[in-house]
Ligand binder design. Structure first.
Ligand SMILES: [Zn+2]
Length: 101
């Protein structure tokens, strides 16, 4: 993934990997850092509930590889979970970045 260091040195760079840090209260911060100026960009936050949903979604995605699975239902369920995860991530991020917890 190529990105531009908009908030830092404005140099484009390739995001090679995300790092994870536990910031307390079971919350993980997933982020990457500009290799030029070390500016940190948060990709998203997870809490135990979100991580559980991520496990569920991975399990569902494995069904896509199974030709006998009911993929219509799996696709539907995947979309529902994605929506749930996004909503929870947005709420968690807003909570963390507003300084309350
Ligand atoms: Zn930078």
């Amino acid at each position: 993934m190529k990105t531009n260091c908009d908030a830092g040195c404005h140099i484009a760079f390739e995001v090679e990997s995300f790092s994870t840090t536990r910031i307390g209260d079971g919350v993980d911060k997933i982020y990457f850092v500009c290799p030029h100026c070390q500016y940190e960009y948060v990709a998203f936050y997870t809490d135990p509930e979100i991580r559980e949903l991520q496990v569920k979604i991975r399990r569902i995605q494995q069904r896509f590889a199974n030709p006998r699975a009911d993929t219509v239902k799996a696709v539907q369920r995947e979309a529902e979970l994605k929506q749930q995860i996004k909503g929870k991530m947005d709420a968690l991020r807003a909570r963390i970045e507003s300084g309350q917890s």
